[in-house]
Write a protein that binds this ligand. Structure first.
Ligand code: ADP
Ligand code: MG
Length: 325
């Protein structure tokens, strides 16, 4: 299912935001939202990205689609370095990488008819013939479970789930290779979430897509992902095929996240691990392993040395002093 062709290679990626104060915008420091992330996205896979709120998931996603300029590091897409691009380069990239946002309401222009929103994407990418555009808009609307006549309507006439379908149609319009979906179902009723997840899964097969799928909800991540990356305070702490993460987590942070999820099998008892303290600030992350301040299994080196992300078992990566080669 998951061929090991690398669609995206991310190397030591960093995205820092300045923290400023006062009229003169005195620079007080930096928010290290993404602080040295390396990972690959394989052709045809869904890579799930999970972690607590504020750990840098959206920033990583936005930097990957190049809505943000990286502070350091490299993003290689289909063999091409896309870390820094000019306007033309970015425009070309939009044809290959698209984003679906969490809040379908905010991501659609309320004054634009749905057909125009989708048509705009087609026009920007060179589909000049109006009749051809109209046919393609109708086709896309039907493919995401809406009706051709919906093209004439405005976003406020749709439910949350329908708006997300429109967001997906807009992303699909340019025939992208990769879609970064940033919590695409978090804002929806639970009953609607499964429909949208199923739609995304069907589209992936049909259009030969790959996804970076961001969520904080582990049951959503489990349902949709081929592999899963776990993020903590700007870093990837564990990355493995889905079943490895759920059946055999290595990192204490992953264990804690999983312990909060109900287990369907009543014979398996999982102890709930309550993490101590709050998530530290990404302006001044803890020394060494940045999870050490909350880690129930910290060792002597944890506050002193930053553990590298290593391949502990084939395909199973972890950054923790308890797993050292
Ligand atoms: P997540 O999506 O995992 O909740 P984010 O990527 O949104 O996390 O945020 C990571 C950190 O970066 C947070 O501390 C957030 O406040 C900060 N941050 C995100 N975007 C900006 C920005 N444009 N300017 C300054 N800080 C930001
Ligand atoms: Mg986010």
């Amino acid at each position: 299912m998951t061929a090991n062709n690398k669609l995206v290679e991310v190397k030591d990626l960093k995205k820092y935001y300045p923290v400023t104060a006062g009229l003169l915008a005195r620079r007080l420091g930096e928010v290290k939202a993404v602080d040295g992330v390396s990972l690959d996205i394989h052709e045809g896979e869904t890579l799930g990205l999970v972690g607590e709120s504020g750990c840098g998931k959206s920033t990583l996603g936005r930097t990957l689609v190049r809505l943000e300029e990286p502070t350091a590091g490299r993003i290689v897409f289909r063999g091409r370095d896309i870390s820094h691009l000019d306007r033309e380069g970015l425009k070309g990239l939009r044809r290959e990488i698209q984003m679906v946002f969490q809040d379908p309401q905010a991501s659609l222009d309320p004054r634009m008819r749905v057909g125009d929103t989708i048509g705009e994407a087609l026009l920007i990418h060179g589909m000049k013939d109006e009749g051809e555009r109209e046919r393609r808009i109708e086709e896309l609307l039907m493919r995401v479970g809406l009706e051709p006549g919906h093209a004439e309507r405005y976003p406020h006439e749709f439910s949350g789930g329908q708006k997300q379908r429109i967001g997906i149609a807009r992303a699909l319009a340019v025939n992208p290779k990769l879609i970064v979906a940033d919590e695409p179902v978090s804002a929806l009723d639970v009953s609607i979430q499964a429909q949208i997840l199923n739609l995304l899964a069907d589209l992936k097969a049909e259009f030969g897509l790959s996804y970076l799928f961001i969520a904080h909800d582990l049951s959503v991540i489990r349902y949709i992902s081929d592999r899963i990356a776990v993020m903590y305070l700007g870093k990837i702490v564990e990355l493995a095929p889905r079943d490895h993460i759920f059946d055999h987590p290595l990192h204490p942070y992953t264990e804690a996240l999983l312990s909060a999820v109900p287990v369907p099998n009543p014979h398996i008892k999982r102890e709930r691990i309550i993490l101590q303290g709050d998530v530290p600030s990404p302006v001044n992350p803890p020394s060494g392993c940045r999870f050490h301040t909350r880690c129930p299994k910290a060792v002597e080196d944890s506050p002193k040395i930053e553990p590298p992300l290593i391949e502990w078992e084939p395909g199973h990566w972890v950054a923790c002093h308890r797993f050292r080669k």
